[in-house]
Design a binder for this molecule. Structure first.
Ligand SMILES: [Fe+2]
Length: 294
């Protein structure tokens, strides 16, 4: 493994918040030595048919942070999600903290800026975020050092964030019986995803891994936590030393059968703006649907 600053003796508290509407798991990670915490991959509720936004899931996280007297320092997006909307601005407005994402967000903004025919007022330089991470960048949550690991493939901007012995893999991996995320969105690549998964699996065997999604395959209850050792041994897509060629063939065949996520159109427009809803020329919050554009 490269020289990422892994510290397995640091064991942050991790609290998970499952969103049944999108099968997303959001997290609060807390520094063991202070009240400082970070939020990973929050969710804003949307009734897309009605065009209605609410904040029940985000309020649950905010209430947890407030009730435990925690201090929110970071609001992290592992990537531009295509299946749920981020609540980062709402949480930031209530509790403060900096919103961060991978620096390759610029690639995602360029791609989807064209698809959604955004005007020049939509900046494609990542400036909507407070911090843009490069591979190996470190940051502090109180006394807890975190680092970002560049793990593209599902999207070009995906990062895994590691705090002590806890890694938040985004959509790089699913639980062992769920395999891996699709790699067929614009800018996605199955071979790149395989290489990124190998980076995650090169972390120490007892590193705790926290998923961004779980769909309870084969009727099992929802789960979100596993380890590097478990994924290496049992992951149905990459475990047991599956080769890159086998993975890419499997991933491409499988991706060809998948429907678009229900919320991809609102999700991309909002998440590429760090969770802000776009406005029309009169300043009203408004979303577009590019017909046959995706
Ligand atoms: Fe995703």
């Amino acid at each position: 493994m490269s020289n990422y600053p892994v510290k397995m003796d640091v064991k942050p508290d991790v609290k998970a918040f499952f969103d049944p509407a999108t099968n997303t798991i959001s997290y609060v990670v807390k520094d063991p030595e202070s009240a400082a915490c970070a939020v990973i991959d929050s969710v804003m509720d949307i009734d897309y048919a009605a065009g209605r936004i609410t904040y029940d899931h985000a309020d649950e996280i905010i209430n947890y942070i407030s009730a435990n007297d925690l201090k929110l320092e970071w609001i992290i997006e592992t990537h531009v999600h295509a299946d749920h909307l981020s609540a980062a601005p709402y949480i930031q407005q209530k509790l403060g903290g900096k919103v961060g994402i991978g620096e390759k967000i610029m690639v995602v903004q360029d791609t989807f800026g064209k698809i959604f025919n955004e005007g020049t007022e939509f900046q494609r330089d990542g400036s909507q975020f407070d911090a843009l991470f490069k591979d190996g960048d470190t940051y502090m949550v109180g006394n807890l050092q975190a680092f970002a690991m560049y793990t593209p493939g599902h999207t070009p901007a995906c990062m895994t964030h590691v705090f002590g012995d806890a890694a938040f893999v985004g959509d790089t991996l699913f639980m062992p019986d769920g395999g891996s995320a699709r790699a067929d969105f614009p800018g996605g690549d199955a071979g790149t995803l395989y290489d990124s998964i190998q980076k995650v699996l090169a972390l120490p065997d007892d590193m705790r891994l926290f998923m961004c999604h779980d769909y309870g395959p084969n009727g099992r209850d929802i789960q979100w936590e596993t380890t590097v050792a478990e994924e290496k041994a049992h992951n149905i897509h990459v475990g047991g030393g599956r080769t890159k060629e086998e993975f890419v063939r499997m991933r491409k065949e499988r991706d060809a059968t998948l429907a678009m996520p229900k919320l991809i159109i609102p999700s991309l427009q909002v998440n590429m703006r760090a969770g802000e809803i776009p406005k029309d020329k009169d300043g009203r919050p408004m979303l577009k649907v590019p017909v046959n554009g995706l």
